[in-house]
Design a protein around this ligand. Structure first.
Ligand SMILES: O=c1ccn([C@@H]2O[C@H](COP(=O)(O)OP(=O)(O)O[C@H]3O[C@H](CO)[C@@H](O)[C@H](O)[C@H]3O)[C@@H](O)[C@H]2O)c(=O)[nH]1
Ligand SMILES: [Mn+2]
Length: 730
C-alpha cells in the first residue's frame, strides 16, 4: 500500500516560476519609495512655511506612507506562491471506504427573509449528495433566525431528499443543488419527474413563506405537528428555548433505493435578551458542541447557507490532504475558495474578490497556509476543541443520534449560558471579538502554530451568492472593515503579535487584511485635497517638466501594472480588472472611511457592532439593470453622499482647471492634479450618469443629490477660505 501511494500521489505542489521577477520588482519599487519619501520630507521641511502648508504636506506624506505600507505588506503574497492539485481517485490507496472518517457539515442561516429557506435547502441537498458514504455524513443546520418557516422547509426537504440522492448517484452529475442542476444544460430529460417533485416542495415552502407561519393544513401527520409545538406565542427570534430536531437518522433512514441517508439535524440555539450570542461564531461554536454530543466526526465542513457544493468530490479532495499519512500533524484546515454564481461578464461591483479569494491565498499557501474565509472549509475538529472538553468525551461512536442522554447533553450545550466562564471563543472554537470571525479564527490558529492548505480545483468545488447590489456590497465591506479593525487594534495586532507568533511574511499577509480600511486615508486625501488645491490654483506636486515627475509616474504605473498582471494571470479579464480597480476606489471613499468611523464610535461606546446579514434576494428590476451593467444607486445611503461629493468636486476641479491651461506655466505645474481629477472623473462615470442622465428607480435619489451638493459647496467654501488666507499659488 505504501509502495502504491508513492507512485500514485494524493496531491502535488508546484512553486510558481518567475519569483525572481517579483522579488526584483519589489527591490526596485522599494528604492523608488525611498526616493519619494526623501522628496516628500524635503517639501515638508522646507516648503511648509505656514501652518496650512504644513497640513497639506503632512496629509500627503501620511497618505503616501499608508500607500507604501499597504504596497509593502502585499509583497508577501508574491514571495512564494504554490499551486496544488489533488487526485481523489488515488485516495483508495491509503483509505478504504469503510475507514473513511465521518464528516459533520455545518450550515448557518440567520434570517428566512434575507436568506430564503429554499436556498438553504439547496445548499443542504448539495452537501447531502456528496460522493461520500451516507452513513458517514451528518448535516447540521443552525438557524439563528429561530424560524419555523426554515424548519418547515427541512421537514419538506427530508422527503424529497430520499428521491434526490439516488437520482444524483444514478446521473452522476456534478451540480447537485437542484436549483443549479435544473437551470444548467446538464439537466437530463429523465429529470422531469424529479423536477416536478422539487417544484411541488418549493411551492409548499413558498406558500408558508407568504403567509408567514406554518398552518395546520400544511402538516401531514401527528409527528410533524409535534415538531412545531415549540413555537408558542412568546417564541421570538431573540427570545426562545433551544430547538433540536433530528430529521434524518443515518442508522435508520434510507433513500428510495434502500441506501443509508446522511443524518440531518435542525438546531436553533437558545436566545435570551441580554445574553450575547456572538453572531455566526457563536452559532458555529454551538454547532461544534451539539455535534460533539451527537456524532462527533473528526472532520468538520463549514458552509454559509448560500454556498452550494458544485463538485461532489470536494470531501475526497480535502481528504487527499487530511488523510495523507505524510500530512503535517499540525494541519488545521483545508480551505476552498469562494466562487460566485450570477456575476455578470464585467463584474461591475467587483464582487468576485479575485485578490481575496484566488490570488492572495496562493501566496499564503506557500508560507503557512491560506486564511480562513468562513465557508467551504474542512477543519480537523481537534484544531478547534480538545477531546477533553466534556461534551465530546462522553460521546460513544456506536450510539444512535437520537440517544436520549446525548440529546440532553446537546440541548444543555446549546443553552445561552453554557459558555460562561469557559474558554469557548477565547482559546477554543471560533474566536470572538471580531465580526469577521473567519479571518480572526484562521489567524489565531496560525498564530498557535497550526497550518492550512489551499485547495482550488476547477471547476470550483463550491459556489455561492454575491450581493449583486451596490449598497449591499458596500455594507458587507463595511462590516468586514469593522471586523478587521477589531483585530488590528486588539492585543492580537497582526504587526506585533502576528509577526512574533508566526513569521514576518505571514504577519505581513495578515496585516494586509487587518489594516485594509486604512486605504481610506490616502483615498480620501487624494480624492479631495489635490482637487481643492487645483480649484484654488495651488500646486502640490512636481512640475511635469521636473525629473521628480518620472518617479511619481513610475510608482503609479508600475503598481497598476503589477496588479493587472496578477489579475490576468488568475484568469481575469481586462474589463473585470478595470471595474475591480474602480470599485476599490469607490470602497476607499465609502465603506472604508465609514467602517473606520463605526469602529471608532464603537470604541468610545457610542455605537455597538452587529452582524448585518447580507440579503440573498434581489428584485427583478435590479437584476435586469445588473445584467445590463448599470449601477444601482436607488436607496438613500450615506455611502452615496460621500461618493457623489467626490464626483462633484473632481468634476468642478477638472473643468475649472482646464479653463486656465492657456495661462503660462499652468499646465506644467498643475499637470498631476489635472490628471488626478480626470482619472477620478473617468472612474466616476456611473455616478454622473445616475445623477443627471438617468431617471429609473436605480438613479441617485434626489435627497442624496441635494445633500451632496450642499456638502460639496460647504467643503469648497472652507477650502477657498483656507487657501485664500495663504495666498500660495502655483
Ligand atoms: O448572527 C448570525 C449572522 C450570520 N450568520 C450566518 O453567517 C453566514 C454569512 O453571512 P453573510 O451575511 O452571507 O455574510 P458575508 O459577508 O456574505 O460572509 C462572509 O463574511 C463573513 C464574516 O463577516 C463570513 O462569516 C462568511 O463566511 C463570509 O462568506 C450566513 O450563512 C449567515 O446565515 C449566522 O449564522 N448568525
Ligand atoms: Mn454571504
Amino acid at each position: 500500500m505504501v509502495e502504491e501511494s508513492k507512485t500514485l500521489p494524493l496531491h502535488t505542489c508546484q512553486i510558481e516560476p518567475n519569483l525572481w521577477l517579483n522579488r526584483g520588482h519589489a527591490v526596485l519599487y522599494s528604492c523608488a519609495l525611498l526616493a519619494l519619501f526623501y522628496h516628500r520630507l524635503r517639501s515638508l521641511l522646507f516648503q511648509s512655511t505656514t501652518f496650512f502648508a504644513l497640513f497639506l504636506h503632512l496629509s500627503l506624506f501620511v497618505s503616501d506612507l499608508v500607500l507604501a505600507f499597504m504596497w509593502a505588506v502585499t509583497q508577501a503574497f508574491h514571495m512564494r506562491r504554490v499551486h496544488r492539485q489533488t487526485f481523489p481517485e488515488n485516495l483508495s490507496t491509503v483509505l478504504e471506504t469503510k475507514d473513511m472518517p465521518k464528516i459533520d457539515v455545518f450550515v448557518c442561516t440567520a434570517d428566512p427573509y434575507k436568506e430564503p429557506p429554499m436556498s438553504v435547502v439547496n445548499t443542504v441537498l448539495s452537501a447531502m449528495a456528496f460522493d461520500y458514504p451516507g452513513e458517514k455524513v451528518c448535516v447540521y443546520v443552525s438557524d439563528d433566525g429561530g424560524s419555523q418557516l426554515t424548519l418547515f422547509a427541512f421537514v419538506e426537504m427530508e422527503k424529497f431528499a430520499r428521491h434526490w440522492l439516488p437520482f444524483c448517484r444514478e446521473m452522476g452529475m456534478r451540480e447537485r443543488s437542484p436549483e443549479a442542476y435544473f437551470a444548467s444544460s446538464e439537466a437530463h430529460p429523465r429529470s422531469d419527474k424529479i423536477k416536478m417533485m422539487y417544484e411541488c416542495m418549493k411551492e409548499r415552502v413558498e406558500h408558508v413563506m407568504e403567509i408567514g407561519r406554518v398552518t395546520d393544513d400544511m402538516i401531514h401527520d401527528e409527528d410533524e405537528l409535534q415538531i412545531f409545538t415549540k413555537w408558542t406565542s412568546d417564541f421570538t427570534r431573540s427570545n426562545h428555548p433551544t430547538v433540536i430536531q433530528v430529521l434524518l437518522d443515518s442508522q435508520k433512514d434510507v433513500d428510495v433505493m434502500g441506501q443509508a441517508m446522511p443524518s440531518l439535524v435542525y438546531l436553533s440555539r437558545e436566545k435570551r435578551p441580554g445574553a450575547h450570542h456572538h453572531f455566526k461564531a457563536g452559532a458555529l461554536n454551538t454547532l461544534m458542541r451539539v455535534s460533539a454530543a451527537m456524532t462527533n466526526a473528526p472532520i468538520i465542513l463549514t458552509l454559509d447557507c448560500d454556498m452550494n457544493s458544485n463538485d461532489p468530490q470536494a470531501p475526497r479532495r480535502a481528504l487527499c490532504h487530511l488523510s495523507d499519512p505524510d500530512a503535517p500533524p499540525n494541519l488545521a484546515f483545508v480551505q476552498f475558495p469562494q466562487y460566485f454564481r450570477g456575476i455578470d461578464r464585467n463584474d461591475i461591483y467587483g464582487c468576485e474578490w479575485k485578490g481575496l479569494f484566488q490570488i492572495y491565498p496562493v501566496g499564503m499557501d506557500g508560507l503557512r497556509g491560506p486564511n480562513h474565509v468562513g465557508t467551504g472549509c474542512f477543519f480537523r475538529r481537534r484544531a478547534l476543541h480538545e477531546e477533553e472538553d466534556n461534551v465530546s468525551s462522553l460521546y460513544m461512536s456506536d450510539q444512535s443520534i437520537k440517544d436520549e442522554l446525548n440529546l440532553e447533553r446537546a440541548h444543555n450545550s446549546a443553552s445561552c449560558t453554557y459558555e460562561n466562564n469557559t474558554e469557548w471563543g477565547g482559546t477554543m472554537g471560533f474566536r470572538y471579538g471580531s465580526v469577521v470571525e473567519d479571518y480572526n479564527t484562521g489567524y489565531r490558529l496560525h498564530c498557535e502554530g497550526w497550518v492550512s492548505i489551499f485547495c482550488d480545483p476547477q471547476p470550483p468545488a463550491f459556489m455561492g451568492n454575491a450581493p449583486l447590489n451596490l449598497n449591499d456590497t458596500l455594507s458587507q465591506t463595511m462590516r468586514w472593515s469593522v471586523g478587521l479593525l477589531e483585530v488590528a487594534f486588539s492585543k492580537y495586532c497582526t504587526i506585533i503579535f502576528g509577526v512574533k507568533k508566526m513569521n514576518l511574511l505571514m504577519g505581513m499577509c495578515y496585516s494586509h487584511y487587518a489594516f485594509w480600511p486604512i486605504w481610506s486615508i490616502p483615498m480620501m486625501t487624494y480624492a479631495f485635497l489635490p482637487q481643492l488645491a487645483l480649484l484654488n490654483g495651488t500646486s502640490l506636486f512636481p512640475k511635469a517638466s521636473e525629473k521628480w515627475m518620472c518617479l511619481y509616474a513610475y510608482l503609479f504605473i508600475s503598481a497598476y501594472i503589477q496588479d493587472l498582471i496578477s489579475f490576468l494571470r488568475a484568469n481575469g479579464t481586462l474589463g473585470r480588472w478595470y471595474n475591480n480597480q474602480r470599485m476599490w476606489m469607490i470602497r476607499g471613499v465609502t465603506c472604508f472611511p465609514f467602517g473606520f468611523l463605526q469602529f471608532f464610535l464603537q470604541k468610545i461606546g457610542v455605537s455597538s457592532s452587529g452582524f448585518n446579514v447580507t440579503s440573498k434576494v434581489s428584485n427583478d428590476e435590479q437584476s435586469k439593470r445588473y445584467a445590463r451593467g448599470i449601477f444601482d444607486f436607488g436607496v438613500v445611503s450615506p455611502f452615496f453622499v460621500s461618493l457623489s461629493m467626490v464626483a462633484l468636486i473632481n468634476f468642478a476641479a477638472f473643468w475649472i482647471g482646464l479653463m486656465r491651461v492657456h495661462e503660462d506655466g499652468y499646465l506644467n505645474s498643475m499637470f498631476v492634479q489635472l490628471f488626478l481629477a480626470a482619472f477620478v472623473m473617468v472612474n466616476c462615470w456611473p455616478v454622473y450618469e445616475a445623477m443627471v442622465l438617468r431617471n429609473d428607480s436605480g438613479s441617485l435619489p434626489g435627497y442624496v443629490k441635494k445633500v451632496s451638493v450642499i456638502l460639496s459647496m460647504g467643503m469648497f467654501t472652507i477650502a477657498c477660505f483656507a487657501f485664500g488666507m495663504q495666498g500660495i499659488s502655483y
